[in-house]
Every structure is written in C-alpha cells, then in structure tokens.
Design a protein around this ligand. Sequence first.
Ligand code: ADP
Ligand code: MG
Length: 702
Amino acid sequence: MKTDVKKIFGSNVFNDAVMKERLPKAAYKKMKATIDAGAELDPEVADIVAHEMKEWAIEKGATHFTHWFQPLTGITAEKHDAFIDPQGDGTTLLRFSGKELIKGEPDASSFPSGGLRATFEARGYTAWDCTSPAFIKETPHSTILCIPTAFCSYKGEALDKKTPLLRSMQALEIQVLRILRLFGNKTAKHVTTSVGPEQEYFLVDKEKFLKRKDLIFTGRTLFGAMPPKGQEMDDHYFGVIPERVLEFMEKFNEELWKLGISAKTQHNEVAPAQHEIAPIYDQNNIATDHNQLVMETAQRVADELGLKCLLHEKPFAGINGSGKHNNWSICTDEGENLLDPGETPHENMQFLLFLAAILRAVDEHADLLRLSASTPGNDHRLGANEAPPAIISIFLGEQLEDVVEQFVDNGEATSSLEGEEYISGVHSLPHFQKDATDRNRTSPFAFTGNKFEFRMVGSTQSIADPNTVLNTIVAEVLSDMADRLEASDDLPMAIHDMIKDTIAAHNRIIFNGNGYSDEWVAEAERRGLPNIKCMVDAVPALVKEDAVEIFEKHGVYTKAEMESRAEVMYETYAKTINIEALTMIDMAKKQIVPATIKYQTSLAESVNAIKAASSAVDTSVQEALMADISANLKAMYAALAHLEEVTNKAEEMEEGAEQGHYYHDVVFAAMDELRKPADKLEMLVAKSAWPFPSYGDLIFEV
Ligand code: ADP
Ligand code: MG
C-alpha cells in the first residue's frame, strides 16, 4: 500500500485524540463538556486550548490562522492572520489567544447580506463553532490553521449558512427529546442529525477547459452540439475508472483523509466524465463543513493534476447533471438511530411516530424543501425532465408502504413484510435474505433503510440550507405532536391514533412509482402537490407567513433574516443569468461569428479557385454548405441582437422578484434561442475551424 491511511487519517485535524493528548486533564474535560453538552466555555480554558492549538499548528508548519466561515455566497471564506507578535526589539513571538480563538471581527461588509446590513454598519463577528474541529489546510503554497466559525452581524443576525443550521439542530434536538421522554427514554441527553452527502462532479482536461470561456466564467457550457455518442450505452456508469482519474482520486482521498474526512466510496457516474464520492456520515454541522472541504479539495487537486473539476449542476446539456444526495437521519447520544425501523416496523411505535412526523413535515412544507434545493444551476435538473423531478414526494419502499397501507385501510398495522430469500438459479452463488425493500432512483425523498435521502440538492450547493429546512420542519411537527401527547391521559392510545391520523392525512405525499414520468406530473397535480419549476418561483416560500412563523418559533431565522435571504436568492439568480448571457454574447461575437465567417470565406475561395481551374467541376456541395451556413449565421445574428437587447433591459431593472422573473422568462429563453443556430453551425463548420473544444473533446478525452 502506497499510502499509510491509518497514519495520515485526521493528521491535520485538532481532534479529540489530539486534545486529549495535549491539553491538561482539567482543561480537556471542560472543553469536552462544551463540545458534547454545550456548557459555556471558561475563558481560561479557551486560552489554554488556543495555545495548544497554535503549538500543534506550528509543528505542522502553519504560519497563520483563519476564522473559516460560510457566507451567503454558498462557499467558504477566510482571512489569514499571522501568529506573529513583534516584541519591539526586532524579534517576534508567536501568539494565539483564547480571545482570538473565540471571536473574530472580519470587516466582511462585501458579502451578500440581502440588506441586513449596510456597508457603513460593517461590523460582523465570527464565533468559534467548537463542535466542528479545527484543521490545517495544507496547499502547495500555504499551511493555515482553520477554525470553523459562525458569522453574525453586530446585532446578532445570521450572515451565514452555519448559524441557522446550528440553530435548527438545536431546535430539533429539543423536540425529539420531548418525544423520546414520552416513549420512556429518560437517559438520552443529546440528539443530533447525522448527514452523509454523496457528491457528484465532472472531471475535464484543464487545457481544454481553459479554451472555453463559458466553463471559465459560468462553470457550464453555454454552447455545444451533442457528440455522436452520449450516455446511451450506460458504459460509463460504474465502469473501469481511467488511470488519469484514478490518479486524481488517489490524491483527492489522501487530502480528505488528512482532514479527517472519511472519504469512502468512489465510482463513475452515469454521464461520461462524471464521478461520485461519498464519505461516511457525520454530525450535521461537521458534515456540512466537510462537504465544503470536499468541493474545495476536489477543485484544487484536479487543478494540480492538469484537470478541472466541474461542480456545476449541469455542465453539459443532453447528458446527466450532478446532484448531491443528502442522507439524513436522527441519532441519540446513546447511539440509537431513530429512523431505524428494526425487523418489525409495524410494532415499532416510536419509529412509526417519527416516520409519520416526517411524512407530515415534508407534505406540509414541500415548498420549503424545494426552495432549499434551488440554485440557478439546479433549475436545469429539477423540473427539466431530469433527475429528480421538481415535485416533492416520498418513497418508502414496499415494507413501509405496506405498513402505512394497513394503517390507512384498517386503522392499525399487524404485520411487516420480510425480505425474501435471494435466488439466482446458480448453486454456487451465495443464498441470503434480500432487503425487505427495493430501491427507487427517481424519488426526490427516499427512505433507504435507516435514513432518508434528499436527492434534490444541487452539486454546487452548501448542504446547510436543505438541512436547516429539514431539521426545522420536522421540529415543528414534533413540537405539535409533543404538545398533544403530553396532554393526553391515555398515552399509548394517543400515540396510536396520532400515527394513524397523521398517516391518513398525509399519505398523498407517498409515491413509489416512476418520478420521471408524465403520468406522475398529472397524478401529483391531482393530489394537490406543488410542482415548482424554477428557482424564482421557489423563493416566495421563504417569506410566506406560516414559514416565518415556524422559523421564528424555533429560533432558526428571524423574519428579517428570511427576507434578506430571499433577496439574496433573487440577486444570485439575476447575477448568474446575467453573467451567462454576457458570456454567450462574448463567445458568439468574438469567437463563433468570426470563425464561421472565416470558414465561409475559405469555402468561397475554394469555389472560386475550383471554378477558375475548371468550369467543368461541380461546386454545388460547397455552395449548398455555404448557403446552410449563411442561413444559420443570419439566424444566430438575429438571436444575438435579441439577447443583447433583453440583457441590457434586465440589467436596468431594479433587483428583486420582477427582475428575477424577467431573467428567467425572457433572458434565459433568449439564450436558448441563440444556442440553437450556434450549435447547428458547429456541425457545419470544419472541426479545425471551430474556436473551442467540442463536447466530444471534453467528455470523452479526459
Ligand atoms: P445507499 O447505498 O443507500 O446510498 P450508502 O451506504 O452508500 O447508502 O450510504 C450513502 C451515504 O449515506 C453515506 O454517506 C453513508 O455514510 C450515509 N449514511 C448511512 N447511514 C446514515 C445515517 N444513519 N444517517 C445519515 N447518513 C447515513
Ligand atoms: Mg445513495
């Protein structure tokens, strides 16, 4: 084995083992109490921890520290501070205090805040999230101690994605503990959500990437004719991984392991040049931090190896896009997975109550979940006849669906289906019990054995938003359930009735069939399930009255925070489409039109030369080609003028919903119109004359 995995795993993390080894016993105990139980941190302990953290980081070669945070851009932010403390005699000590560890004050007024703070009120604080371990980010040119933090304004409003996530985890914990107590559990002290995000990405050759302005500026291709072959042969999925990609994966895994990220699974995905990585699940906020590092590391390692990692939800039209499957469950500090149904789910009332609560939460707040997975890039997947559909539904699988049906039909469930024996017809193959449930790949929200898998999340996205929503809507339902159960004098009966009634009221959200089919769209409409097709249509869910009420009640968002986030979403959408439109205009004008004219001229010269050489030779092919090119060039030029006109108009509009819709309905549509003739031209013009690499070059020649 080339890599000593045991040795490098977590070697760049200031984790529990390091603290145990380096901190004085008393300080370690207090620190643990803060991490595990949320006890307030003694400033003296903070000083000790800071000192040891610094010593450890310096041993690893670090010169700077940073409060690492997650602003509303969806990516991470850092500002480096050196450990130096000049002594006035020309020398320096290296220092790092508890105060510096706990609190930072970046003048971070240029991050999107959706009007939450004006630039003259620039004060913003970063506060140490000690539940997510500090780590060292080692790149070829820097070694930085990174301290995961939350980012808030002077007035305490969340300016990041981490703060609401932590608040939502707290909110869910409170309500889950109430339910557990009702089931007689007196010992569980803590409840967290566990999350395992599967990350899809594309790898392309860097040199080719750099020849495409669309990839450089927007992360996706804005032009490109389909190659003769796409993904129809299914020969890439789980296929043998090419050497160059394996080289990437090897380095990628190593870097992740050093960061204590349990990179576990890797494989080729459905589309050519598409791959996936999945870590082992972690506590929600840690998983969120880790996923950011996964995305960042993938891009860095790819770049170092002459590749580019595309995280965009839809880098290429006509083949699959990328998502992020957000596996989510609820666990106690005693190690109980509350979404584990056990062998006989029909008897497991506690599980069934949590299941019913999730059904209700997802049904009542489908629009919020849909919103939480909305990015400009994800619009190309959700609602565009691709995986998964924009309609939220839940897949339970045969076993639970059967239990649910029993409740609906008979008011109670008396049996659970069992997994049958696996029979292959070959004597030498092993016999085993199958799972009680098959899988469904088209469901946006699927039960997969002991967790739910929310599959709508976009590949570029921070998983903070979807989990914040998921935690909060489930907390809300559980709080209502706990209110009613706590007031009942026949608890077992009340629990039974609550499961039965909740299932009956919300089973319309369950769908086990093909989520990609047209029949499902019609059926969902009949059931009254929302089908929100694009990001701009999704945003209003965030500011409607009942959403505000719930988020305020559970202390996750204030109304002002929600309104500001809605504003940021409209802004993000408008800016993204604007950049895409400008990039298309640029490529069309400076590359496609000139290249086409040049090729056209060479055809004309060839016709003239042939005619001059001999009047007997037929030049009709060249002439037909010229006519075809001319017609498309003309159409393209008209579409280009139209796109320029509507983009200018959009830029002049005031930011907000109206502008967002204009970008979606008018500008985005005009981009499509420009692409059509341009892609036809690509098929008419000689490959050697086309100004940038084709789809075939990009996805089949990595
Ligand atoms: P599947 O085959 O159902 O997709 P995998 O075993 O491949 O499941 O796991 C997918 C992801 O789900 C992994 O990141 C895994 O760690 C995560 N996962 C497994 N169990 C849980 C759980 N209880 N809570 C959250 N995530 C989980
Ligand atoms: Mg999965």
